[in-house]
Design a protein around this ligand. Structure first.
Ligand code: DX5
Ligand code: ZN
Length: 213
């Protein structure tokens, strides 16, 4: 069964606890961190994550859209992230192994995200060590954008690599997910669907979440 990760980016920040109470039909919370540098937008940081962790037991999927993630990883781990996902494009290749090991040694799950123009192949050396691969189906930075179908082929590729090599990572897709695009990702072999505007702009969050499963 596919997991749903509502993106808090599209929630009403003035009443986050109420918003979180309304997405209990999902298993995960997707937490989008933006620094105004790696992406042209600013969202929220680790102190709000800590407060979020106090009002829910849901799995906290932290998507770091920030430059130099290594500087802040401790802050997010100490704020009870369940999973840290950093961007392949935000780090130098020779620090990736160390970053993965660092997060895993603290008993936190670790994933890498790739933008629409980044090929799956760049991740080949790391796939055996990852808990999750995040395939972006929009340019990171904003909610409410249109799904880029390039993600579907990447999900398929990751699913076959996983099967052929007995890897353990989950495949997550993020950006422009609605009932129609969710189906395409299901067929391709996705494990986790992130959805922001589709859920938080709906009248009934539970119904919206169920419609993606
Ligand atoms: C975009 C974020 C997404 C975003 C998804 O940079 O990473 O998680 O919130 O929003 P929707 O589902 O509206 O495309
Ligand atoms: Zn995201």
């Amino acid at each position: 069964m596919v997991k749903i990760a509502p993106s808090l980016l599209s929630a009403d920040f003035a009443c986050l606890k109420d918003e979180i109470d309304k997405i209990k039909a999902a298993q995960w919370i997707h937490y989008d961190v933006m620094d105004g540098h790696f992406v042209p937008n600013i969202s929220f940081g680790y102190s709000i994550l800590k407060d979020v962790s106090k009002v829910t037991d849901m799995y906290l999927d932290v998507h770091l859209m920030i430059s130099e993630p290594s500087k802040y990883i401790d802050n997010f781990i100490n704020s009870n992230a369940s999973l840290i996902v950093f961007h392949y494009e935000a780090v130098s290749k020779d620090e990736i192994d160390d970053l993965i090991n660092y997060v895993k040694n603290q008993n936190v799950d670790v994933g890498i995200a790739i933008k629409p123009n980044t090929d799956v192949e760049v991740l080949l050396p790391f796939l055996g060590k990852l808990d999750l691969v995040l395939v972006m189906s929009v340019e990171p930075g904003f909610g409410g954008q249109k799904f880029n179908p390039i993600a579907v082929d990447k999900i398929k590729k990751l699913a076959s690599l996983k099967q052929d090599n007995n890897y353990n990572y989950l495949i997550e897709v993020d950006g422009g997910i609605n009932e129609t695009t969710a189906k395409l990702c299901h067929q391709a072999g996705v494990d986790v669907l992130v959805a922001g505007s589709y859920i938080f702009n709906s009248d009934d969050y539970t119904k919206a979440i169920e419609s993606l499963k």
